[in-house]
Design a protein around this ligand. Structure first.
Ligand SMILES: C[S@@+](CC[C@H](N)C(=O)[O-])C[C@H]1O[C@@H](n2cnc3c(N)ncnc32)[C@H](O)[C@@H]1O
Length: 279
């Protein structure tokens, strides 16, 4: 009999970042998942690309919406900007303050749907892997455009869960697991929508890029795979036998070096147009 990742490790539990699920979440669980993700080369690549695009400067106000553990707010501060993280979770804000050490940063309570800033008061704004958790991403991006100054820069980064590839997997079992996961997510195809959302909010697209996250072989026995198997089992969309067979096939493949799980994230940068002069 094959072991199914049993949920006892932090990596096998689902960490939801939807505000509606906040009460079910432990800080330890969320921080663990964020730290694992933050080490992935694809995430490093996109964070670095975003910082280059945004180029925050001394004297500017730079905001990260959904700032999590605060790494990107600290990066803004290191460039000399007034650096502010907007984060609804009090526990994540406290963790971000603890991690910021001597960096001059501010963390404020708030939601992307109603940012705590005056119109046209922000020079630089970023938001990473947040829009997938909101119910009305178009309204959120309009809200971001509201607070940006004319000439202000913005970068959005997000996953598109349709790009997830898992191999080897029984197609029928995988389809039921994926369907369940997508139905539980607020905005699972966020990645492909970023460009249109920015353009729809009246912002001019500057550049776009993508990076694919590839799980290491040990990911066959933990991480995203374990999380999907456990939540699908608990929801009753797969049976115990199917869960064992699914997990066993991936673990066997990993033992031979043949496991594959990948997921693509997208990033788009834009600018708020300045009003036409002389009109
Ligand atoms: C996957 S985490 C990403 C954190 C961080 N941006 C990073 O790159 O590590 C999603 C973050 O969005 C926050 N979040 C969820 N819904 C939000 C909302 N409606 N407004 C602002 N932040 C939100 C969560 O609390 C969490 O910190």
């Amino acid at each position: 009999m094959t072991d199914v990742p049993d949920g006892s490790g932090l990596l096998t539990r689902r960490a939801s970042f939807r505000v509606a699920h906040a009460a079910e979440q432990s800080l330890e669980q969320q921080v663990f998942i964020l730290d694992v993700q933050a080490k992935r080369p694809a995430v490093r690549t996109l964070k670095s690309w975003a910082l280059d695009q945004l180029a925050p400067a001394a004297g500017e106000t730079a905001v990260d919406v959904g700032s999590g553990t605060g790494e990107d707010v600290v990066a803004f501060a290191r460039r000399g900007a007034r650096a502010i993280g907007v984060e609804p979770s009090p526990a994540l804000r406290a963790e971000a303050v603890r991690r910021a050490a001597d960096a001059e940063v501010e963390y404020v309570e708030g939601h992307a749907e109603a940012l705590p800033f005056e119109d046209e008061s922000v020079d630089v704004l970023r938001s990473e892997r947040v829009l997938q958790h909101v119910d009305d991403p178009a309204a959120v991006v309009r809200e971001m455009a509201r607070v940006l100054r004319p000439g202000g820069r913005i970068v959005l980064i997000d996953t598109d869960w349709a790009t997830a590839i898992v191999h080897p997997a029984d197609p029928d079992v995988l389809a039921r697991m994926v369907d369940h996961f997508l139905a539980e997510s607020a905005n699972p195809y966020s990645g492909r929508r970023l460009r249109g959302l920015l353009a729809g909010a009246g912002l001019e697209i500057v550049d776009e890029t993508a990076a694919t996250m590839i799980e290491p072989q040990e990911g066959a026995r933990q991480g995203f795979v374990g999380m999907m198997v456990q939540t699908s089992l608990q929801a009753g969309v797969i049976t115990q036998v199917e869960a064992e067979s699914f997990a066993g096939a991936l673990a066997d493949a990993a033992d031979r070096g043949g496991f594959h799980l990948s997921l693509t994230m997208y990033a788009v940068s834009a600018v708020k147009p300045r009003a036409a002069s002389g009109s």
